[in-house]
Design a binder for this molecule. Structure first.
Ligand SMILES: Nc1ncnc2c1ncn2[C@@H]1O[C@H](COP(=O)(O)OP(=O)(O)OP(=O)(O)O)[C@@H](O)[C@H]1O
Ligand SMILES: O=P(O)(O)OC[C@H]1O[C@](O)(CO)[C@@H](O)[C@@H]1O
Length: 483
């Protein structure tokens, strides 16, 4: 459906006065925009054919507006303006919209824009944007000082990208799934709100899918070949999978298949995160982007050795190791973890501040979950940066989601974390029963996954034995020594 800028001036157009009797005086055209803090008005430079012009906008808003305008059709008193309207090259940050042979706006006439449908979702990013709703008001003044005000709001919906950060096996994927559940549950109970659709995009799944395509197998231990992609010296391969995952996420958001994309990867280096933020902000500035993407960082940290051991244990049953014996899987994952610890840089408030300094017109949110929510983060240590003060329903959506995530994080331990902590405690209950390492029995040579289904106490003791051997005091010291 096309969107029409309607005349919202109560003055009814009067055909008698909309004759072509335009004086040679160039009408003063005003294109004004409103934002929640300030009202900005850009007056036209008077130019012979200028219908209106805009000044004071920066490159990105200029290019979007330029695109918007060039892809619109224009009607003047219900007659389509036949000659393509065009823009003069931008001079001094002023956008001049010109038509070659249009009659100049006459008293009380209508000017109508038809935006192509996709324009509805274009995200202008700058000063003329009000929380992603663009108020475009064009006052066409004539020399009698009558004016018609043409107003239209372009709603540019927000979508959200939750960027998980954390070392392998800290629980990012588990928490992502819990967050999906939490958000979905809280939406179903709401009255008139449209539920937000959430999807998880996991870089490990992408790696496995791509490797499967390439080798028709996922049998190679990711860490047991010359191709060790977890070794920092091979990081470019891993980066490719991350890029593919992020692209997939952005595409699905842009095609409106979901509203929130969770980017589930370690995102453990500043370089990677810079890439993510730049990609998202560039997307927001692109003319072809249908939505404005708001990044939300959710960092998961765990320093409890039992948590780490338990998680490594669980990881040895994941898809990377479905055909591998338990002890090999544990060793391999432990070695992967070492690589990650050696290069991990936690997301910090400095990094947060740096991003918003570089991109002051962005929105950015930052949350932490530490040790399954056992360590509480003071509310003030969750960071919110909203460059645009919300006013309308579009921004209510941001507030609603951010409040929801905030309450998920603040109450994480009561909501989900305590169950996990219980499981860890149960798992280690009998650890003291292990006197010395046990010989690997036959079932350890079988694929680990088979064993995991119904492990009895004796198997558990064997698991603990292997774990204690691999993830031992020296290993943990080495791990944390790197930090
Ligand atoms: N908060 C948690 N709630 C429930 N289970 C958890 C939690 N944290 C860790 N786990 C357990 O630890 C294992 C590893 O967690 P998970 O796979 O979520 O880690 P991850 O950070 O996504 O790891 P990776 O980066 O290697 O994919 C899971 O199988 C899960 O059983
Ligand atoms: O590319 P990143 O940020 O290291 O994260 C993805 C990787 O993290 C892991 O989940 C680490 O265990 C792998 O499965 C996956 O390949």
């Amino acid at each position: 459906m096309d969107h029409i800028i309607n005349n919202n001036n109560n003055t009814t157009p009067n055909n008698e006065t909309t004759s072509n009797a335009i004086t040679s005086t160039v009408p003063t055209n005003v294109f004004s925009t409103v934002d929640s803090n300030t009202s900005k008005t850009a007056k036209s430079k008077q130019s012979s054919n200028s219908l209106f012009s805009l000044e004071g906008y920066n490159n990105s808003s200029y290019s979007k507006l330029d695109y918007l305008m060039n892809n619109s059709s224009y009607y003047y008193d219900n007659d389509e303006i036949e000659k393509d309207p065009c823009f003069l090259p931008k001079v001094n940050n002023t956008l001049h919209f010109e038509t070659k042979d249009i009659q100049k706006p006459s008293p009380l006439s209508h000017l109508t824009f038809n935006y192509p449908q996709k324009m509805e979702t274009i995200t202008p990013t700058n000063s003329y944007i009000v929380d992603n709703t663009t108020n475009i008001t064009a006052d066409i003044h004539n020399n009698n000082n009558n004016s018609n005000t043409l107003t239209h709001q372009i709603h540019v919906p927000n979508k959200f990208v939750i960027i998980m950060i954390g070392l392998p096996a800290v629980g990012k994927s588990a928490i992502s799934k819990q967050l999906v559940e939490y958000i979905s549950q809280n939406f179903t109970s709401s009255d008139d709100r449209v539920p937000l659709r959430i999807e998880i995009f996991n870089a490990g799944d992408m790696r496995r899918a791509m490797s499967k395509k390439r080798f028709n197998t996922v049998m190679n231990l990711p860490n047991n070949s010359t191709d060790d992609i977890f070794n920092p010296k091979n990081s470019n391969k891993k980066e490719e999978f991350a890029k593919l995952t992020l692209n997939k996420l952005i595409n699905e958001l842009n095609n409106d298949f979901c509203d929130i994309g969770i980017f589930d990867a370690t995102n453990s280096t500043v370089l990677r995160r810079n890439f993510i933020f730049e990609t998202l902000f560039e997307f927001n500035n692109q003319q072809t982007s249908n939505f404005n993407l708001i990044p939300i960082v959710l960092q998961v940290t765990s320093s409890n050795p039992n948590f780490i051991k338990f998680n490594i244990h669980n990881k040895s049953f994941n898809e990377d190791y479905f055909d591998k014996p338990y002890h090999l899987a544990v060793k391999d994952f432990a070695s992967r973890l070492k690589h990650y610890y050696s290069q991990f840089v936690p997301f910090s408030t400095d990094e947060f501040n740096h991003i918003i300094e570089k991109t002051p017109d962005c929105n950015l949110f930052y949350f932490n979950i530490i040790d399954a929510g056992l360590k509480l983060i003071p509310e003030k240590d969750h960071y919110n940066y909203l460059s645009k003060v919300p006013t309308n329903s579009n921004s209510q959506r941001i507030h609603f989601l951010i409040n929801l995530i905030s309450s998920f994080v603040q109450n994480y331990n009561q909501l989900y974390g305590h169950l996990y902590v219980e499981k860890v405690d149960n798992f280690f209950q009998n650890e003291q029963e292990i006197q010395q390492p046990i010989e690997f029995p036959q079932h350890f040579i079988q694929p680990a996954r088979v064993d995991n289904i119904n492990w009895d106490n004796s198997k558990k003791l064997n698991y603990l034995s292997v774990l204690s051997e691999v993830v031992n005091h020296d290993y943990l010291k080495d791990l944390f020594g790197n930090k």
